[in-house]
Unconditional design. Structure first.
Length: 432
């Protein structure tokens, strides 16, 4: 039976039949031997020289000027001509026997651009992904503004930290599909550049498929519920063994979305201020090791003195939340719901609610900015309404990394000059 099919395929190929297709395709009416030629044609392994594609009546100009493949927009015509091993048309476009012809493959892109993807020195994700807008939300629905990725040292890899491999080794088993004597292939090909003699073949004819895709995301973006809730539903057979994130999301929608918004700095205020923790490479797991954040979790990485800082942050946040919340509530009562400036008070309320729900410790600087911004919005509402403004709450200087207020957010203790106060603060007391 196998011999019969092979003979039929060979007769069809030599007679110039079109490749069977499952749908409408520009190449449905093109005969196989119009492009394929050589001894390997009978095996369905024949290569295609670029001259077959650029001949008159086909693509004499080299095809379209620009193209898009999946998430990648790139210059198509003359693509890769500056490379040491310029790709042929067949290097990127190919098909399996009997399938729609000339389907481009991202695997070819990854093999050629391996250095820009995986080399820590030459890595440049934006070479292919110049328009980073394809992932608009986190696992829980928080918006992700990719524009601030330019602020990150590792840029894309801060979130997409595992993007798969691109193996370049070629197994001898791939060679014997075309070459009958594997020993001679190894003997003659070892240490030689084989691309010039294989120009009419697709990259995957020799190289196996790559795994270039997002295999793992930062837990700040893609929460893994089992990290903290491993025992939840442990006895439910319908849940055990399923994808934890997708399964949990079926019932628990928007869980921890406020925490993600604060950590990533996405609050829809015309600015983005990612947390210093996230910028430094911390993820949810860094502080939440299977349990809620401990008051001494900071000292796991910092000096023992840092054990107090989380308590100071929580105290300072609580005091400021109460003061700003009271100011907003008073503005609601004073101005009433009918005034045109109500939307300013509503916006102030939503910002403070985000800090209350998401926990200001996830992004202290942004949370502090929100408190000050909310007071400004209430100020504006009183001013535009022409109504007397009760004194705004005094919530102290803005919390900024590198300043006293960032750590001592509960209030800077009275300075006495005691050596115990000075110890450990030299770097801040003696700026350059």
């Amino acid at each position: 039976m196998g011999t019969y099919l092979l003979v039929v395929a060979l007769i069809a190929l030599l007679s110039g039949c079109a490749v069977p297709s499952t749908g409408d395709h520009a190449h449905d009416a093109v005969s196989c031997n119009r492009c394929h030629s050589g001894d390997l044609a009978a095996k369905g392994l024949a290569g295609v020289e670029s001259s077959s594609c650029t001949t008159a009546g086909c693509h004499p100009d080299g095809g379209p000027q620009a193209a898009r493949l999946d998430l990648v927009q790139f210059t198509h015509r003359g693509h890769g001509t500056e490379s040491d091993t310029p790709p042929t048309c067949a290097g990127c476009h190919g098909h399996d026997v009997g399938e729609d012809p000339l389907t481009p493959s991202l695997d070819s892109c990854v093999l050629c651009h391996r250095e820009q993807i995986f080399n820590p020195v030459e890595r440049d994700c934006l070479l292919c992904h110049g328009e980073a807008v394809h992932q608009e939300v986190t696992s829980q629905g928080a918006p992700v503004e990719h524009a601030w990725s330019t602020l990150l040292e590792d840029r894309c890899l801060r979130c997409h930290y595992d993007v798969g491999e691109a193996p370049i080794d070629v197994a001898v088993d791939r060679c014997v599909e075309c070459h009958s004597d594997a020993d001679s292939v190894v003997r003659e090909g070892a240490g030689r550049e084989l691309h010039p003699s294989h120009g009419g073949f697709g990259c995957q004819r020799c190289h196996g498929p790559t795994t270039h895709r997002v295999r793992a995301m930062s837990s700040a973006v893609e929460l893994v519920c089992a990290d903290c809730h491993a025992d939840s539903h442990a006895d439910d057979a319908d849940i055990a063994g399923t994808d934890p994130v997708e399964t949990c999301r079926e019932c628990h929608v928007g869980i921890h979305v406020q925490q993600q918004q604060l950590l990533l700095g996405s609050i829809d205020e015309g600015m983005d201020k990612p947390s210093q923790k996230f910028m430094a490479g911390l993820s949810c797991r860094s502080c939440h090791a299977g349990e809620p954040g401990r008051s001494d979790s900071c000292q796991d990485c910092h000096e023992p003195e840092y054990a107090k800082i989380l308590d100071w942050w929580l105290e300072g946040l609580s005091v400021r939340e109460a003061m700003v919340r009271a100011d907003i509530d008073r503005a609601r009562r004073t101005l009433g719901p009918e005034v045109a400036q109500e939307h300013l008070v509503v916006r102030a309320d939503s910002l403070v609610s985000l800090v209350e729900s998401g926990g200001g410790v996830h992004n202290l600087e942004l949370s502090d900015w929100i408190f000050h911004r909310s007071i400004e919005l209430v100020d504006q509402a009183y001013h535009e309404a022409g109504v007397f403004r009760f004194p705004a709450p005094a919530i102290g200087d803005r919390a900024r990394s590198g300043f006293c207020s960032y750590c001592h957010y509960a209030g800077v203790p009275r300075w006495t000059g005691d050596p115990a106060q000075i110890q450990g603060h030299e770097r801040y007391l003696n700026p350059r």
